[in-house]
Design a binder for this molecule. Structure first.
Ligand code: 1HE
Length: 264
């Protein structure tokens, strides 16, 4: 079979304000080769230009089998370092870009696939999803930002357990560990992810930007510095025309109230 070009490896569709990005290499369980990471980069860049939120899903029964091991085995030391740094740049645009991302997960969410999922703000998982970090068994280490993002998401001790013992978690278990934000029925993760993305797309863009960019930075600061930055951002958002209109809309009873769960 001929090699797929970048456009085939990752599907891109704009649905209203939401970019829907699909890893599209199901015959290799959506393993991330150099071409795939470049195609993800292009899709993420396009989404940032024309969408207000984005969803990433994997075609076929698995979200993503992680790093393409066939390609990786050929790499020199420096090529491997550069490859990891490239993944960092691409996944950083997801974690700290301008629009929020949701990932829709089913089947394998493994190694670099989990690292990709961890760079999104929200993870929706079908019950078939399973999470593993088999780097230890493969003789390698995480290289797509997992030591920072997965460690902070589920806790360093749990991440070390997964890497050292090869422990694989179900979607329900990963939800209990905080690595899954929403559980979905089989076949339902993508629709749920799009629904959440549409909701986020209706927020003020600067508020979304602040969530993506301020929260991880404030986490890395001292409490005092974090609180200071929070006040500055809070004041900036309050003074924006978008906030003024949204606050007025609520006061004039034109905006939705906060509803208790299960009440529409
Ligand atoms: C691959 C890859 C891959 C599948 N690189 N080719 N990731 C892993 O260690 C996970 C390795 N993969 C698996 O454990 C399984 O493939 C799955 C559990 C994901 C799926 O199992 P299954 O039975 O549905 O598929 P399969 O028969 O194992 O795989 C189908 C094909 O995809 C097969 O190729 P074929 O030519 O024989 O058809 C597999 O070789 C191929 N394939 N996964 C290359 N990962 C930045 S650092 C990140 C470090 C990591 O990500 S380490 C974790 C790597």
């Amino acid at each position: 079979m001929s090699a797929q070009n970048g456009a085939d490896l990752v599907r891109y569709e704009l649905r209203g304000p939401v970019a829907v990005i699909g890893l599209n290499r199901p015959e290799k369980r959506n393993a991330i080769s150099d071409s795939v990471v470049n195609a993800i980069d292009a899709a993420v860049g396009r989404a940032a230009r024309e969408a207000k939120a984005a969803v990433i899903y994997g075609a076929g029964p698995h979200f993503c089998a992680g790093l393409d091991l066939a390609e990786h085995v050929e790499k020199s030391l420096m090529e491997a370092v550069e490859n990891s740094r490239h993944w960092h740049r691409v996944f950083d645009r997801i974690e700290r870009g301008t629009i929020p991302f949701v990932v829709a997960l089913q089947g394998a969410v493994v190694g670099g696939g989990f690292e990709l999922a961890a760079s999104a703000q929200i993870r929706v998982a079908e019950r078939s999803a399973f999470f593993g970090l088999p780097e230890g068994q493969r003789g390698i280490f995480v290289g797509g930002g997992g030591s920072v993002r997965i460690g902070r998401l589920i806790g360093e001790a749990r991440m070390a357990d997964m890497m050292l013992t090869g422990r694989v978690l179900t979607a329900e278990e990963m939800e209990r560990w905080g690595g899954v934000s929403y559980l979905a029925e089989e076949g339902g993760a993508l629709d749920k992810a799009i629904e959440l993305a549409e909701r986020m797309a209706s927020n003020a863009s600067f508020s979304n930007y602040a969530v993506l960019n301020a929260l991880p930075r404030i986490r890395d600061m001292s409490s005092e510095d974090g609180l200071f930055l929070e006040s500055v951002i809070s004041a900036l958002t309050t003074a924006s025309p978008e906030a003024e209109e949204r606050l007025r809309a609520f006061l004039e009873k034109r905006a939705a109230k906060v509803k208790a769960p299960g009440h529409g």
